[in-house]
Ligand binder design. Structure first.
Ligand SMILES: Cc1ncc(COP(=O)(O)O)c(C=O)c1O
Length: 202
């Protein structure tokens, strides 16, 4: 498991859990440092499965993962990419499909997880996988089974409605991007936006 230094605490905890349960080896690469990630992949060359874990939009700094570089490195070193897209769901990309849509890379990320509790206004989580790249996941992810496999009907129903609403109203996503751009360009007291690629970037 090779994890970005600034991944959300829930990912850090899940990696600790995986280490205890599966005895997997773990490594952390410097935040969005692709040279460091490549070094970690080389060092893990003998591992049976190499998994890179990244946030899509980082929860602490609000910056966007360098997904094209991460996926390219994963292909080069035969690694699986898992991305927590909680802060990008309903936010990034023209229709709010998240970080992969933002980069024109829909369908290229092996595993995507996301909480339903942010832009979709619900609770619980969801997980997508490319079946051939992450076959064993539903069997191996027992601690998350309740969340991902048996959501309460009210949560499933309200989430479905929220997703359909966003699909019918892409203008909401456009307006959100406009608001983010406005706040990033506003120079009033208290506004000190961090530099770099953010959800307000085109
Ligand atoms: C990147 C990321 N993943 C997961 C979570 C967990 O979300 P929830 O509290 O909705 O389960 C958070 C919460 O802030 C987050 O920032």
């Amino acid at each position: 498991m090779i994890s970005d230094q600034l991944n959300h605490a829930s990912i850090i905890d899940s990696i600790r859990l995986a280490k205890t349960i599966t005895k997997c080896q773990t490594a952390v690469y410097r935040h969005s440092d692709m040279a460091d990630l490549e070094d970690r992949l080389k060092a893990a060359n003998q591992a049976r499965i190499k998994l890179i874990f990244t946030d899509g939009v980082f929860s602490m700094e609000g910056d966007i993962a360098k997904l094209p570089d991460i996926v390219a490195l994963a292909r080069k070193y035969d690694a699986v990419v898992a991305m927590d897209d909680s802060h990008a769901t309903g936010v990034l990309g023209r229709s709010g499909r998240g970080t992969a849509e933002h980069y024109g890379m829909l369908g290229q990320v092996d595993i995507i997880t996301s909480t339903l509790g942010k832009a979709l206004g619900g609770a619980g989580g969801r997980l997508h996988r490319r079946p051939r790249r992450a076959r064993r996941l539903p069997h191996a992810a027992l601690p998350a089974a309740a969340l991902f496999q048996r959501p309460p009907p009210t949560v499933a129903g309200s989430t479905l409605a929220a997703v359909q609403y966003v699909e019918r109203h892409p203008e909401l996503v456009t307006r959100l991007h406009e608001h983010a751009r406005y706040f990033r360009s506003a120079s009033g007291p208290g506004f000190r936006p961090l530099a770099g690629k953010r959800p307000s970037s085109r």
